[in-house]
Design a protein around this ligand. Structure first.
Ligand code: BTN
Length: 330
């Protein structure tokens, strides 16, 4: 199920929040009033509600903030804009990660290529999961960066990016969010944002990383039914405080690009004290699930290679490189 270009244009038109009559919309879009009605019905299937009043016309039931490239670029922090090479804003695509991976295959991309989309039709999560990506409600972004290092040096990259997302959330006024190894961003134990890093190797010492970030901002109830884990969104957390998706997108782009550049030169080591502050698992009993097997222990922070330190029942500290952490509830 996808939105057509005309439906997306119609939504942009209605995002002024004003009433528009069917006749006026039909004239504007050079289609029949029945077509307009059908477009509105289809938009409703994407969780966008309308308010129709006889004699006045139709308007959006609640305001919708569409992404605006100009606004996003204007708000980038000065220290970060030097790292941005290009920003592609798309209405709908299968996945922003896939977009950058494919674009890089057809033309070698420079560091700091960023893609942001209003909607993903096949958003990818970690461990083969789907990432539910409804139109104009959340944020879906991907970043491309080339590293001239061995693959080993990239093992902490996803943790560093998790930290950058935490910084961006803090800068828009959010507090109390945490990191669950390797890179889940949680609030109150529920998933708020996730990161998917995909690495392609050109040669032994040259790798391209595509870092995908998804943040739940305003998840629609309809789409939320498809999420298979406890989740939350910014709207629920910030309840009363107004917040702008465009402002958060600027913050994210600024923080992630700065982080990619810093990580390239210094790795994860200088970031460990910051990671510690956000660590949701530190000194807690956890279960590490890896495929069909799992093990228990007490989480003791992360290493400079991005491994999880796990104190086992024999008193040894193991270094976990992959798997999923389940926080054991008392
Ligand atoms: C996770 O499962 O925690 C990772 C989720 C990553 C989702 C983002 S949304 C933007 C980018 N494009 C994708 O297809 N996935 C990532």
């Amino acid at each position: 199920m996808e939105l057509t270009t005309t439906e997306i244009k119609l939504l942009h038109y209605l995002s002024d929040g004003q009433f528009h009559s069917g006749k006026q919309l039909a004239l504007e879009f050079d289609v029949s009033r029945t077509s307009i009605w059908n477009y509105l019905k289809n938009l409703e299937k994407f969780g966008i509600d309308f308010h129709a009043v006889k004699g006045k016309g139709t308007r959006l039931a609640k305001p919708i903030e569409l992404l605006n490239k100009q606004l996003i670029l204007e708000r980038l922090t000065p220290g970060a804009s030097i790292f941005l090479n290009q920003l592609d804003l798309l209405n709908s695509l299968p996945s922003t990660n896939k977009y950058l991976v494919q674009k890089n295959q057809s033309q070698k991309l420079e560091n700091g290529m960023v893609c942001i989309a209003e909607m993903q039709t096949s958003g990818k999560g970690r461990l083969g999961r789907d990432w539910i990506s409804p139109f104009a409600q959340n944020l879906y972004l991907s970043f491309l960066w080339n590293f001239k290092t061995g693959i080993g040096a990239l093992s902490g990259l996803s943790l560093a990016c998790g930290l950058a997302v935490c910084h961006a959330l803090k800068n828009i006024g959010l507090e109390g969010h945490e990191l669950k190894w390797p890179n889940d961003i949680l609030f109150g134990g529920k998933k708020l944002a996730g990161i998917l890093v995909e690495i392609q190797g050109e040669s032994q010492d040259e790798y391209t990383a595509v870092v995908g970030v998804g943040i739940n901002c305003n998840m629609t109830a309809q789409e939320a039914k498809k999420i298979e884990q406890p989740w939350t969104d910014i709207k629920a957390i910030m309840s009363e405080k107004p917040f702008s998706r465009n402002a958060l997108a600027s913050e994210l782009i600024s923080q992630v690009l700065k982080m990619l550049s810093a990580f390239e030169s210094e790795g994860l080591k200088p970031l460990l004290p910051q990671w510690d502050k956000y660590d949701a698992c530190k000194d807690k009993e956890v279960r590490i699930i890896s495929g069909a097997s799992s093990c228990l222990g007490v989480a003791k922070g992360v290493t400079e290679l991005g491994e999880l330190k796990l104190l086992n029942s024999r008193g040894d500290v193991e270094r976990i490189t992959s798997g999923e952490v389940s926080l054991r509830l008392e």
